[in-house]
Design a binder for this molecule. Sequence first.
Ligand SMILES: [Zn+2]
Length: 82
Amino acid sequence: MGYRAMPLQCCCGEEPEQVLEIGFTSDGNLIIHYWCSACQRVMFTSLSPAECHDYCPRQDGYSEMASEDDLLFLQALGISTS
Ligand SMILES: [Zn+2]
């Protein structure tokens, strides 16, 4: 099973340094709660199930190596990549 890292960008254009929390709403939307050091604010991104599906890799045979950005993203989520 492959995966594709979701690009996460604040409305100011900066990539958040820290993902604080990930959750789901009662109607199935994905919520990502992060800190933007440029804005000095806690920000939220909300994605519907359809939007999440759009980020999914198209094939199970996805075999590209994760880029450094992908690895940093996973580490920001607290997922070990070693
Ligand atoms: Zn920002």
